[in-house]
Design a binder for this molecule. Structure first.
Ligand code: MG
Length: 262
């Protein structure tokens, strides 16, 4: 019950209110009055531990100091091809798909990550729809964020640049023109399975395209499926990241990853 102070009651009576002061004054005497906020020690809500590790955030062109650099423009020592050394081209600090040489995958395996990569579709426009500047980055070799020239190239919305392929349409089309560098920043939480192989927690993904939020913590339906519906199947806790060879000479630079703790 809302209580009214004696002073308030008196003022209400003066104004002609019909409120019962007897009832309200008797209950107000039993009610605890909250202390004024000034009496609350602000240090009680200060949390000092753990102290976040200090890192150098770098700038837009370089990785933070606690990242694993997967490609800095020099070599492919962190990568392998499908059946041996990677066959893609590295020239002038840029990695480019050599069509039909197959997927590139990291030697390391990852689970939950923050991933940054920059990509560029060819200046010379060839093909249309899914055939124009198509590549993709697969988290855990299974969950694809589509790379495509979607600047002026209509295709199905859940297959355009920034889509989580055939699962989630990007909230906006933040594409730059072909030939310009673009970025993805991806926060990925791997799915969890119990010992029987049952799904305990699905994967989630957040994606920024050129700094714009396009996928906001979406819950994945399963691994990327080209045909049919996606369906989870138990897999390792850590798997390589892969880059897709979709037969278009898409380029990459500045690829780094930060492993995240659960
Ligand atoms: Mg693709």
């Amino acid at each position: 019950m809302r209580t009214i102070s004696v002073v308030t009651c008196f003022l209400l009576l003066l104004s002609g209110s019909s409120i019962s002061c007897a009832a309200s004054t008797s209950s107000s005497s039993q009610e605890e009055v909250p202390p004024p906020r000034e009496d609350v020690d602000p240090s009680l809500t200060e949390v000092w531990e753990p102290e976040p590790a200090k890192i150098d955030p770098g700038n837009a062109a370089e990785a933070p100091s606690d990242a694993i650099v997967l490609f800095d423009g020099t070599d492919l020592s962190e990568w392998e091809g499908e059946d041996g050394p990677p066959a893609w081209e590295v020239r002038d600090g840029v990695l480019t798909v050599v069509p039909e040489t197959g997927t590139l995958r990291t030697k390391r395996a990852f689970g939950d990550v923050q991933l940054h990569l920059e990509w560029r579709t060819p200046t010379e426009i060839v093909g249309e729809g899914q055939g124009r500047g198509n590549s993709g980055v697969y988290l855990m070799d299974l969950y694809e964020v589509q790379i495509l020239d979607s600047y002026d190239n209509r295709t199905y919305s859940n297959g355009q640049a920034g889509s989580i392929y055939k699962q989630f349409i990007p909230e906006v089309n933040a594409s730059r023109p072909p030939g310009e560098w673009q970025s993805y920043d991806i926060i990925f939480s791997a799915p969890r399975f119990d010992t029987s192989g049952a799904l305990v927690r699905p994967a989630t993904m957040t994606v920024l395209h050129n700094g714009v939020l396009i996928q906001n913590h979406v819950t994945l339906l399963g691994p990327t499926a080209y045909r049919g519906e996606p369906e989870y199947k138990a897999h390792a806790a850590n798997l390589p990241l892969t880059l897709q060879d979709h037969t278009n000479p898409v380029s990459f630079r500045n690829i780094w990853v930060r492993e995240l703790e659960d």
